[in-house]
Design a protein around this ligand. Structure first.
Ligand code: GLN
Length: 476
């Protein structure tokens, strides 16, 4: 019986098993089939993955050099382009659209011998916090199928949670990796803006979007990050900074950290009381162990969600204008329509409600009479938040907080309450607004039986420190 604990353990299994990759792929294909009702995958690349596993098994047998992710079974969110495969962004407007090139992250995964097993369900165009906005049905949380897995990368989180893939790639614009990781009890990492190429990632809000990683262990996230990070001629926003050997650096000796937490974040009335107590207990425990953990003032908490939604919808309204039914994607079946009628009919039928709402909101905040009142103002707040982060990291190595204010909610519970849904993002959007790395690690279980995570944020490009601290906390 195949079982997966970590990539390292899997690699020692492969060293002893000639057909180990094939065994793993067969196992995952069976599991995906068995847990179909979770709706985590939109498409499974069964034949291809089986074939690739055979080739990788042969490669080992021939004694050829092996990639860092040799035989690792990976799922990719349905916003990441994989040549010759459908990529639909969870939307009817791109249903049956096939990518003509590989995203840089896909190239890098394949170069290091990974096996891509399928594409994973998500909220339409990555807009959502519950995975209920997918045009292809909601995803279910494997721990309680009446509950959401979080979003927008819900299918990717559930795949790791339910053992349908070893790791998954998602995207995080305001929390879409960390929030579902929190709801599903797995690790979810969003790197610094500019750490990973966005080439081949379908854009939601380009100055916020980053590809992120779901895994069972910190070490697996570190290894995957090491593979997919780094400069790219196809994305000028990626940093030229060299990529550290993140996985190896995890072995560093434990140390005492200088940590901060935002007082207003822990005192927020929306935070579940039991979660609040758990975080305060953790703070006491960390202090007792000799770490510094200080409360700091964060007077902007109530401004960050509005700022996030003004800026991301503005960027989305511009990014999503390319779906015009002329060049590609869904086209409404009209006879001799005018250009405007074609746009209107196709976009009205092709985009779901939430995406339409955001395009309209974004177009409004960018419109001539309102631009300064909304868009410019929000950009100014973004700068203030950035300055705040610079200040905090002068004195502290990391900021800790809850990842989400509540545990996974019931499917349908918040679908009619947009504001309640937006509040789920209160702790995660800060990292995207200022571009710093952040991770959710599964440290806690609520009395209701559901998991929840601790979020750790470090300064720009300090992923190594974030991973080391995470590893230390997972084992303390
Ligand atoms: N929940 C947030 C939103 O709906 C985050 C989405 C994301 O990170 N892609 O915008």
């Amino acid at each position: 019986m195949f079982s997966f604990q970590s990539i390292e353990q899997y690699h020692s299994f492969l060293a002893k098993n000639e057909d180990g990759c094939s065994t793993a792929v067969t196992h995952y294909l069976m599991e995906i089939e068995k847990k179909k009702q979770l709706n985590a995958f939109l498409e499974v690349f069964a034949d291809e993955a089986t074939q690739r596993a055979k080739e990788l098994d042969a490669k080992r047998k021939d004694g050829k050099p092996l990639g860092k992710l040799h035989g690792v079974v990976v799922g990719i969110k349905d916003v990441i382009c994989y040549k010759g495969h459908t990529v639909s962004a969870g939307s009817k407007i791109l249903e049956n659209f096939k990518s003509i090139y590989n995203a840089t992250v896909v190239e890098k995964l394949l170069q290091e011998d990974a096996i891509i097993i399928g594409r994973q369900n998500c909220d339409e165009f990555a807009m959502g916090s519950s995975n209920e906005n997918s045009a292809f049905g909601a995803v279910r949380n494997a721990l309680d199928e009446s509950r959401v897995p979080g979003g927008s990368s819900g299918g990717s989180a559930v795949s790791v949670q339910a053992g349908l893939a070893m790791i998954s790639l998602g995207s995080d614009t305001g929390g879409s990796v960390r929030q579902p990781a929190d709801f599903c009890g797995v690790v979810g990492l969003k790197p610094s803006y500019g750490r990973i190429s966005r080439y081949g990632l379908i854009a939601y809000a380009s100055s916020f979007d980053q590809i992120g990683i779901f895994s069972k262990t910190i070490e697996d996230a570190a290894l995957c990050l090491e593979v997919i990070a780094g400069s790219d001629d196809f994305d000028s926003t990626v940093s030229e900074k060299p990529v550290p050997a993140y996985a190896k650096e995890l072995a560093a000796a434990p140390k005492k950290y200088k940590l901060a937490y935002f007082k207003q974040a822990l005192e927020h009335p929306g935070l579940d009381l039991e979660m609040k107590t758990a975080i305060y207990q953790l703070i006491d425990h960390l202090k007792a162990e000799g770490h510094t953990v200080d409360p700091i003032e964060f007077e902007f908490l109530n401004h960050i969600v509005p700022t996030y939604y003004v800026l991301t919808t503005a960027e989305a309204s511009s990014n999503l204008s390319r779906f015009d039914a002329v060049r590609f994607g869904y086209r409404a079946p009209l006879v001799n329509p005018s250009l405007n009628d074609l746009y209107k009919a196709s976009r009205s039928a092709g985009f779901g409600k939430e995406v339409q709402r955001r395009i309209m909101l974004g177009t409004f905040v960018l419109s001539a009479g309102y631009f300064d009142a909304y868009f410019t103002k929000a950009q100014q707040v973004r700068r203030i938040l950035y300055n705040k982060s610079v200040d905090v990291f002068k004195d502290y190595e990391a900021i800790i907080s809850p990842t989400v204010p509540s545990t996974a909610f019931k499917i349908g519970e918040k679908s009619d309450d947009q504001v309640a849904m937006f509040l789920a993002d209160i702790y995660t959007v800060f990292a995207n607004l200022v571009g710093i790395p952040a991770i959710s690690i599964p440290l806690f279980t609520h009395a209701n039986g559901l998991p929840f995570g601790l979020q750790i944020m470090t300064n720009h490009f300090e992923e190594t420190k974030m991973l080391q601290l995470s590893e230390q906390l997972m084992h303390s």
